[in-house]
Design a protein around this ligand. Sequence first.
Ligand SMILES: Cc1ncc(COP(=O)(O)O)c(C=O)c1O
Length: 418
Amino acid sequence: MSEERKTIYLCLAHMSEKGLEQKYVKEAFDTNWVVPLGPNVNAFEKDLENFVGENKKVVALSAGTAAVHLALLACGVGPGDEVCVQSFTFCASSHPITYLGATPVFIDSEKDSWNMDPDLLEEAIRDRIGKTGKKPKAIVPVALYGMPYDCDRIMKIADKYDIPVIEDTAEGFGSRWKGRVLGTFGKFGVLSFNGNKMITTSGGGALICADDESKNNIMWYATQARDAYPYYQHSAIGYNYRLSNICAGIGRGQMTVANDHIAHHKHVQRLYEEFLSDIPGIKVHKAPNADYDANFWLCTITIDPSVRIKGQENAYKTVIKNAVGGAAGVIHAVDSPVTDCQPNENVEALRVFLLDHKIESRPVWKPMHKQPVYKNAPAYVNGVSESIFKIGMCLPAGPYVSDDDVRYIVDTIKESVG
Ligand SMILES: Cc1ncc(COP(=O)(O)O)c(C=O)c1O
């Protein structure tokens, strides 16, 4: 390993070559629009509306999590309700359901796309109606690592039972189903511009809405839900979820390179598919067929339990002290290095081996129905997400990952086997 090699991160924010982000941010300062509204917010929303198409409207918000929250609220989700949500996802798809006093009903995944299984979805809807006498209030499929879900089947089931769909495309910015941008099929589409996403505003998100009325309603809730009086009068509980004009300036610059970023993620995926094709037991997760046009936000592999990775005997021997895989924030200390549902030892050994070679990787998301915090939530499972969790791993992708980096990552994976 060369001494000079820099750490290859999973996915890093990457600014436009022309520095347009700084130009728009400077404009915000120069014109004193240093607030959560203004010209950058409006222009960023227009850029996003042009990007997603289908005559949709977009509201810029402070986070993708806020977008999930407000979409649920606008679907009428409240205390005692249930929402069908993909189990194989990041926690922000389901946590906002609980913010509203409702209960997530977790739906397992299909083997090929790793996303919401339409058969299980329909089984869950029928069963919940039978058990509770009420329909679930919304359906939340997730574009995991940018891979589309089966939009045709999920929308058909949603229409049959007349349940609104909130597409969580936080990871799927620019992914398409049969050529149409994901997030434009349901009643709402969620976007995230967190630092590690396809484009970034440092932190931020957006909600794709059907029309101006829906956009207006979301904006009202995002700005503390005020009624038209000279003083602050409230007839509903609102939130402070609007995107800042500074962050929106970054977003405007990022929109000029969004298509380049997506193209690069797809290029990196193609390289992994080519270079990893000859390692027995290691498989790159690919699109099931041409209907699924994934942005490949992160590239993922599975590692067969038979593959022996150097150092495997030491996996899970020490308690982790820091957040793994670029995760931000504070983590709670734990007493034991193991849980009753975790990636296989060879997966953990590969993560450590790669890290020792300055390559950041991460296990795939642990399914929500296996999370202690959701132990009492109903779940409709087929074993798919749990089994992928045990063998799956995310590899670096994004504009900063060069062809040479992919070769180095693949060579390091080859070196780890044995
Ligand atoms: C699937 C999914 N949903 C929602 C979010 C929430 O987005 P944010 O981090 O912008 O709140 C994220 C990512 O962060 C995500 O991966």
